[in-house]
Design a protein around this ligand. Structure first.
Ligand code: GLN
Length: 495
């Protein structure tokens, strides 16, 4: 077999193992694709070709040395290039969060999730574009210019992990890390026709992930196929003493063999509220229904369920997330991190640095959040939102008494045009109606492609499961991909 950059993770690892290809060749091939496509797609905020090739040569040398010592076990992802969303710290690489307020900032340490992958042998080729501090649904809130959807360059790739999604869709890297606070892995995966996992809250350490909404933030992963995601999830997951919210639970190995057979008898719930949203694109509903029927032909038992508080997810999220963000962003004062706009008086340094270097969406969230948390309003907004969050959580608990998992659309429509929603923050927030509930409840979600609309734009479906049941989502989605081929489609610009 000759290796190509369209190979799956498993195929590339096999080719590296057998010596059919070297890590240097693999890394060079992806770097060349980045060089050819980046001008049109703008998926990256930084690329490190020299460092990546040096790491690839080191990986090759390590493999060579191991051939002389057959007992030596090599790290499982040795020599595989990946990209990392630019909200995760990687020592020695810039960490901008898509913001001017962190321009040029280089963190002195590496996020735990990333470090575990580095220990497993991956090579980081660069950091991907993101809405400023992961606030947005289109990657247009990046201070460094938007990412373009490889399926239609005049459209958004979704967000906030739009850079990672576009990089994977265009096969500029085989895998990329993203983060999901309210849908930022699943929605861009859906818009770009790739697979993306948002793990259970607390499953993957947040240490070294720049905090946005601390009670919602998760580190996820994107790749063409669900099977590609599995080793990344299992390596990143697990307890980390540096993150007090990371759960001390074993991470079971995910077994994808006989996944198709395992669908037999599974109860799949269709939450009726997820099919009724105003202004839904009919093709999205049809594609998701067709995918569910496909699971039915594999033996799943499909049941309609109700998650009655779904309509409150949006207002609840847009109180809680900005509240947490307003506190988390207080640290950017021009003193501790990144650039400073100087002034004679200390308070003026704060005002000017924050005033000039934060973008409009970030300022909007800080204002919303500080308002909701202020004395006199706290009980009416923040405390109330927390109560409704509990009701949303109970919706899921009740549903999972009746069914094993839930299937639903990821977003109400396919990718929209660049600029279409930038003047209307509420229209942008409405993109998130179907992804926010999983974050508020902390449950895992897995998005993957299930079709295309008439304009040739990908449509995604998400599976949601009980806490810590990523394995179930993986097996069912893999069964779907074993018997369909949507996930193998590559956008024309990238062929
Ligand atoms: N679009 C949502 C927001 O703007 C979710 C973003 C995310 O998941 N990081 O907050």
């Amino acid at each position: 077999m000759t290796w190509t950059p369209f190979a799956s993770v498993a195929e590339t690892l096999r080719a590296l193992e057998s010596g059919a290809v070297s890590s240097e060749e693999v890394t060079r091939a992806y770097l060349e694709r980045i060089a050819n496509l980046e001008g049109r797609v703008h998926a990256f905020l930084s690329v490190y070709p020299d460092e990546a090739l040096a790491a690839a040569r080191a990986a090759d040398a390590r493999r060579m040395a191991a051939r002389r010592h057959p007992d030596e076990t090599l790290p499982p992802l040795l020599g595989l290039p990946i990209a990392v969303k630019d909200v995760l710290a990687v020592r020695g690489m810039t960490l901008t969060c898509g913001s001017r307020i962190l321009e040029g900032f280089v963190p002195p340490y590496t996020a735990t999730a990333v470090q575990r992958l580095l220990d497993a042998g991956v090579i980081i080729v660069g950091k991907t574009n993101t809405d400023e501090f992961a606030m947005g649904s289109s990657t247009e809130n990046s201070a460094y210019g938007p990412t373009h959807n490889p399926w239609d360059l005049s459209r958004v790739p979704g967000g906030s992990s739009g850079g990672s999604a576009a990089a994977v869709a265009a096969r500029m890297v085989p895998v990329a890390l993203g983060t999901d606070t309210g849908g930022s892995v699943r929605q861009p995966a859906s818009y770009t026709g790739v697979s993306g996992l948002k793990p259970t809250y607390g499953r993957v350490s947040r240490y070294g992930l720049v905090a946005y909404g601390s009670s919602l933030d998760t580190v996820g992963v994107l790749a063409p196929a669900v099977a590609d995601l599995v080793p990344f999830f299992t390596l990143m997951a697990g307890h980390d003493p540096r993150d007090a919210t990371s759960m001390d639970l074993p991470v079971p190995a995910v077994d994808l063999t006989d996944a198709v057979e395992a669908v037999q008898g599974l109860r799949v719930g269709l939450p009726k509220e997820y099919f009724l949203a105003e202004g839904m694109q009919p093709e999205v509903v049809q594609a998701v229904q067709a995918a569910v029927r496909h699971l039915e032909t594999l033996g799943a038992q499909v049941v309609e369920v109700s998650l009655p508080h779904t309509e409150y997810a949006l207002p609840v999220y847009y109180i809680i997330a900005p509240s947490e963000a307003s506190a988390n962003l207080a640290r950017y004062d021009g003193i501790r991190y990144g650039p400073r706009v100087g002034a004679a008086r200390m308070w003026d340094v704060f005002y000017r640095t924050r005033g000039r270097l934060f973008g409009p969406e970030v300022k909007r969230r800080i204002m919303l959040g500080t308002y909701a948390l202020s004395a006199g309003y706290y009980d009416a907004y923040y405390a109330q939102a927390q109560k409704v969050r509990t009701l949303l959580k109970r919706d899921f608990e009740r549903a999972f008494e009746q069914v094993d998992l839930l299937a639903a659309p990821v977003a109400p429509s396919t990718a929209f045009k660049l600029g279409e929603k930038t003047e209307d923050p509420l229209a942008m927030y409405l993109e998130d109606v179907f992804t926010l509930p999983a974050n508020l409840a902390g449950v895992p979600g897995l998005a993957f492609p299930v079709g295309f609309d008439e304009q040739g734009l990908p449509i995604g479906m998400q599976l949601m499961g009980p806490h810590f049941r990523e394995d179930l989502l993986f097996r069912v989605a893999h069964a779907y991909q074993q018997t369909t081929d949507w996930h193998t489609r590559v956008p024309p610009v990238a062929r």
